[in-house]
Design a protein around this ligand. Sequence first.
Ligand SMILES: Nc1ncnc2c1ncn2[C@@H]1O[C@H](COP(=O)(O)OP(=O)(O)OP(=O)(O)O)[C@@H](O)[C@H]1O
Ligand SMILES: [Mg+2]
Length: 146
Amino acid sequence: MRWVTKAFLENLWHRITSRKRRRTDELNLGWRVTDGEIERRPLLVSQVRRKEHLAILGKTGTGKSSLLRSICAQEITAGHGFVFFDLHGDATPFILRRVALEERRAGSDLSKRLIVIDPADPDWSVGINVLEALESNSAFVEYHII
Ligand SMILES: Nc1ncnc2c1ncn2[C@@H]1O[C@H](COP(=O)(O)OP(=O)(O)OP(=O)(O)O)[C@@H](O)[C@H]1O
Ligand SMILES: [Mg+2]
């Protein structure tokens, strides 16, 4: 029952935010804060700025991981590709759940666009050449969790 409620609320939130998202197609980082005052205006990052560097810094427990999850959820809804290095291993279930939600919402199969690499998996190991060059002008977005 608890799970059903959680899934229902997630689905509802997903529908509300994806509707807003389609309108702007910008990344929403939350409310703006000016001189310590929370404004009722969102801090939006354009698609051009999104491909530049963005650092999320904060003390323990201040919401860094939550913000990254929110960003990932928005990217999934918008159909954008990204790489997520889940060093703590706790973001993967969330991301997979969001992909499943998006599949259900859009009625499409996203399995061809999703690659999960688990270096600790004894049965499946992969090699990645990080120096392998792609097109020189290709924009590449990646998220690191610290
Ligand atoms: N905007 C928010 N409003 C209220 N609570 C929040 C918000 N963002 C995060 N939290 C809550 O704060 C707690 C810590 O969040 P989170 O784990 O994202 O922080 P963190 O900076 O990644 O912590 P750590 O440094 O330990 O990894 C969680 O319980 C989370 O649900
Ligand atoms: Mg964290």
